[in-house]
Design a protein around this ligand. Structure first.
Ligand code: ADP
Ligand code: ADP
Length: 229
């Protein structure tokens, strides 16, 4: 699903250069649930931005669901981001003036789906994440855990095969965090490939594979035996 070959990333700010990713080789298969750990500055966000096609590597090749990403035009990339990847962030990134329902229908608006179909899909997903009673609320009327459920519903709207989550529990209390992880597990069980960044070992434990980063390199890559929960 995701194959990174000799990926490097160098940030240049005038004369300053930071190499955020050393030549990195990493494969994530369809249906995996991966947690990325590592100290601050180790390159996790850089990697997520590259996987999410939000940023381009300095060198190397990236194959996503059978497509060579570096060969795509801007327009094709935008389409890949919309169709192939759902994003979930630490700060939820919901539109404050829009209702829960409207927030979830947004990706379908961009895709040109009819209003009726958009609403039907959003209601289905909001039911799935346990927010059927909150569709007309605005984000500021929800708890943190509920906001993240809205963001997850939005990330699922397009039926993308990959879900990328950058510190999705970073702003949540322990109980909400584990509820959100339970929801990710459900989504994973239905076949979605999940890549999640976290600095909390308790959260990473929910994944099937834990990759630890340090200084732009993979320090360890551990797969759990299947069937463990
Ligand atoms: P993490 O997500 O693990 O905290 P990052 O990927 O954000 O790590 O950062 C990796 C390295 O790249 C760090 O040294 C960071 O300072 C540097 N870096 C990240 N983004 C930029 C940028 N836009 N410009 C310059 N340096 C950056
Ligand atoms: P959590 O522990 O998940 O962060 P909270 O303690 O913040 O939850 O919220 C508990 C309940 O109160 C939730 O069901 C939420 O819907 C409701 N709630 C929280 N903030 C608001 C608000 N500003 N307006 C309406 N309901 C709220």
């Amino acid at each position: 699903m995701i194959t990174l070959k000799d990926i490097t990333k160098i940030y240049k700010n005038g004369p300053l250069e930071v190499q955020a990713l050393m030549p990195l080789n990493l494969s994530i298969e369809k249906g995996e649930f991966v947690a990325i750990m590592g100290s601050s500055g180790s390159g996790k966000s850089t990697l997520m931005n590259i996987i999410g096609c939000l940023d381009v590597p300095t060198a190397g090749s990236y194959e996503l669901d059978g497509q060579q990403v570096q060969e795509l035009s801007e327009e094709e990339l935008a389409k890949v981001r919309n169709r192939k990847i759902g994003f979930v962030f630490q700060s939820f990134n919901l539109l404050a003036r829009q209702t829960v329902l409207q927030n979830v229908t947004l990706p379908l608006m961009y895709a040109g789906t009819s209003r009726e179909q958009r609403n039907a899909r959003a209601l289905e997903l909001l039911g799935k994440v346990g927010l059927a009673e909150r569709v007309k609320h605005r984000p500021n009327e929800l708890s943190g855990g509920q906001k993240q459920r809205v963001a997850i519903a939005r990330a699922l709207t397009m039926n993308a095969p990959i879900l990328l989550a950058d510190e999705p529990t970073g702003n949540l209390d322990t109980k909400s965090s584990h509820e959100i992880m339970a929801l990710f597990k459900e989504i994973h069980a239905e076949g979605t490939t999940i890549v999640l960044v976290t600095h909390e070992p308790d959260i990473a434990e929910h994944a099937e594979r834990i990759i630890t980063f340090g200084d732009g390199k993979v320090l360890s890559d551990v797969r759990k035996g299947s069937g463990r929960t």
